[in-house]
Design a protein around this ligand. Structure first.
Ligand code: A2P
Length: 335
């Protein structure tokens, strides 16, 4: 691959910083790097390959001469600026939900549907973090046994809600341990020592059908990435007081029965998936162990007692890496 001029929009955020780390770690051929954020970060310097790069303010004309722009600066910013970038001939890999369900925009997980990236018209969407780690596990099972229905419950880390949310988790944890009342600014209820069945935390989380927007992302994006509308999905998404890595309890009903051993064998051979499954030896995926890793970990694989052809499993991955920055850089690598 010839070296590219890369921009990172939202470079100062939790995902943006991971994007820089992943570009560096994977030796992405970067000819030149432009870092973009809001006015409040103007002039800040971030390290990249032993040098410091100054952050500039994101503007409509930021993308002239840029080959690939990785966006992680929120949906509103992507809606406004991704078309400007595409019009300037830059390919946008967008981590927000702004473009994911647009039929003109490919939604790509490189282990699952790499071919879709080639259909882009200037914007490629990076899926929702919880969806990505689930589909890398579902895809090989779908190929082997045709998935009919998925029932998933998530245990999502606070870093998925951004930097300010992590500050709130830490401040609330300290407050509660000191016997003080936790202060809620980002989340509607205390996140410390709690589980919140509402993602995102904003007032617009819930839809007319009772599902949260995060839950509907898992439903709709899974079908789009697998390229199969017949796969039925239902989800309950929950924020838990974990710093990084999302965990998911996933029940998968298949047309053809798979034994737990067959599923383990299929998953052990799947790209980007690591089977960690020896419960008797206390071996199963853990959020704390997945931090900083590129793989998606799966364990507790067992046949569902209540159904003749279904499996239960526990799926864990670093939400900032495979769930965001790594997947975006892998898409850029496809380009
Ligand atoms: P900034 O740090 O200047 O506010 P996180 O998800 O961790 O909260 O990070 C969000 C990222 O998106 C940050 O880099 C933030 O920049 C950036 N961002 C948010 N809103 C805008 C905007 N309107 N224009 C440019 N960058 C933005």
């Amino acid at each position: 691959m010839s070296a590219k001029v890369i921009a990172v929009a939202g470079a100062t955020g939790v995902v943006g910083r991971q994007m820089l780390r992943v570009l560096e770690d994977r030796d992405f051929p970067v000819k030149e790097l432009k870092l973009l954020a809001s006015e409040r970060s103007k002039g800040m310097r971030l390290p990249f390959r032993g040098e410091e790069v100054e952050v500039e303010v994101l503007a409509e004309d930021s993308f002239k001469g840029i080959d690939i722009a990785l966006f992680s600066a929120g949906g509103g910013t992507s809606k406004k600026f991704a078309p400007c970038a595409a019009a300037d001939g830059c390919v946008v890999v967008d981590n927000s939900s702004a473009w994911r369900m647009d039929p003109e925009v490919p939604l790509v997980v490189p282990e699952v549907n790499p071919g879709d990236a080639a259909r882009h018209k200037g914007i490629i969407a990076n899926p929702n973090c919880s969806t990505i780690q689930m589909v890398v596990v579902l895809k090989p099972l779908h190929d082997a046994a045709t998935i009919k229905r998925v029932v998933v419950s998530t245990y999502q880390a606070v870093s998925g809600a951004g930097r300010d949310a992590l500050v709130e988790l830490e401040a609330q944890t300290r407050a509660v341990l000191a016997g003080e009342a936790p202060v809620c600014e980002i989340f509607p209820h205390p996140i410390a020592f709690n589980c919140l069945p509402q993602i995102p935390q904003s007032g617009e989380a819930f839809m007319g059908n009772g599902y949260s927007t995060e839950e509907m992302k898992m439903v709709n994006e899974t079908k789009k990435i697998l390229g199969d509308d017949r796969v039925r999905v239902t989800a309950t998404t929950v924020r838990v007081p974990v710093h990084t890595s999302h965990s998911e309890a996933v029940n998968v009903e298949t047309e053809k029965k798979l034994t737990a051993d067959q599923a383990r064998e299929i998953l052990a051979a799947a790209p980007g998936v690591v089977v960690q499954d020896d419960p008797a030896g206390y071996v199963y995926p853990l959020a704390t162990e997945a931090v900083g890793k590129y793989d998606t970990f799966v364990g507790r694989i067992r046949e569902d007692l209540s159904h003749p052809s279904a499996l239960d499993m526990w799926v864990v991955s670093d939400n900032l890496l495979k769930g965001a920055a790594l997947n975006a850089v892998q898409i850029a690598e496809l380009l």
